[in-house]
Design a protein around this ligand. Sequence first.
Ligand code: ZN
Length: 309
Amino acid sequence: MVDVKVHEVGTRDGLQSVADFVPTAVKQAWIAKEFAAGVGEIEVCSFVPVKLIPQFADAGEVVAHALGLEGLTVAALVPNLKGAERALQLGVHKINYVISVSESHNQANVRRSTEESAVDFERIVAQCREAPPRGRPIVVGGLSTAMGCTIEGKVAEERVRALALRLVAAGADELILADTVGYGDPAAVRRLFGAVKSDVGDVPITAHFHDTRGLGLANVVAALDVGVRAFDASLAGLGGCPYAPGASGNICTEDLVFLLESMGLKTGIDLERLIAVRTMVCANLGDQPYHGTIAQAGLPKGFRGAVAA
Ligand code: ZN
């Protein structure tokens, strides 16, 4: 058993900002090696229209390969009903449906209102419930821009709480609260995650932090304080924000694992093997903005991670 779940999202959140098409075999090797290093859940792709993000043109092959890795939870991001139908057809284990809490961001992202996106979520849940029990995916309600938005600035906490409750009422099995643009700070994280957790009871919540302004890992510690036990992260911190050139993307998976293991929280991940996957991925992806310190500095002498007592 692990104390904290680490979900890799670099293969989706990271790759979506890599302009050149990454060969399918490289994506598959990344997923297989990271699973072998102990990462139990990977968001392997996004079911967006290929003309919008050509990087995911091979989503079908990537999913099929990942589903062959016994024990891996295969997640995919879906922006709409059509994407969910495709995910359902291919048999992913988890459908991560995303709605922006910020109305303007949702319009910019998926060209419809937050309300329309919420209604679509109800349809997705209904479709998934029709699937035979063994092929029924976990349906996750993802709330992006939950801590602020580059268009609207501040996003009201009440709005996040209301939307979280709405998605749970619609049948969300789990939630993701995402600080998409890195506006969150530890005090705000404690407040928001604490409030939503008390609102939704035992519905699991994953925290999705970006390190755009350097507060990513501090926000992780704050979320841990209020009982969050699942985090998204991207290998080598791959990814970024189109509105902030040079800014880093998701928190870095290796650094997150180092933080958690240093604090005595078991992740089930072999850090040295994970760093080797990073090396492989960076070698194949070439010139990209990579982040993270532990791969560069090396593990402290004698570091053993969170060893079972
Ligand atoms: Zn993200």
